[in-house]
Design a protein around this ligand. Structure first.
Ligand code: ADP
Length: 186
């Protein structure tokens, strides 16, 4: 059995959610989006959702403990045996350190990291077009600042560990999907 474990990195609006979803369906593995899990929890007003909402709505990162607990819980489900795609986690170095340890403990190593890259003007235009509740111009700008300060350092973190592959997200959706399919089958 081939096991595919992928982490998607990239700025908001790079298309990582869309591509992660397509690839996960192709490979028949779970697509684990921390943003989606948080939004769902907010909608249902679960304790997690209530704790997360002020951060998500203002474009700040929710505290590590909340997302780390939810990822640990999700990666303990039986459907992760054939692999997974993590989308939106880790989002800062402390979370990456946590994940490295967790995966080692769970014998779920061998993960590869895909950095889906796209320029700022492209991602801002896409996000304004999408119009999610946290997609107002001010919140988008803040999410990009948070991305640069907290998440972009993960590019070097995973580059240093020889786990990183960069894909140009500034192409058509089909072209990006095609490149990703080549990567996962190689
Ligand atoms: P995007 O990448 O398009 O901004 P996501 O759906 O990945 O959207 O994330 C939406 C929001 O959820 C983030 O702005 C943040 O508030 C929260 N979030 C998601 N993942 C994490 C994480 N790993 N750590 C902290 N906060 C997170």
């Amino acid at each position: 059995m081939t096991v595919t474990r992928l982490i998607f990195l990239g700025p908001p609006g790079s298309g990582k959610g869309t591509q992660a979803q397509i690839l996960a369906e192709d490979l028949n593995i779970p697509h684990i989006s921390t943003g989606e899990i948080l939004r769902q929890a907010m909608q249902e007003q679960t304790p997690l959702g209530i704790k997360a909402q002020s951060y998500v709505n203002s474009g700040d990162l929710v505290p590590d403990q909340l997302v780390q607990d939810l990822v640990q819980e999700r990666l303990s489900q039986p459907d992760v045996k054939s692999g997974w795609i993590l989308d939106g986690f880790p989002r800062k170095v402390t979370q990456a350190v946590f994940l490295e340890k967790l995966l080692a403990e769970m014998n779920q190593g061998g993960e590869r990291v895909i950095n889906l890259d796209a320029p700022d003007d492209v991602v801002v235009a896409r996000l304004l077009d999408r119009g999610r509740k946290d997609d107002t111009e001010a919140v988008i700008r803040h999410r990009l600042d948070v991305y640069r300060a907290e998440t972009a350092p993960l590019i070097d973190y995973y580059g240093d560990r020889q786990k990183l592959l960069t894909v140009n997200g500034d192409q058509s959706q089909e072209e990006v999907t095609h490149e990703l399919q080549k990567i996962v089958t190689s």
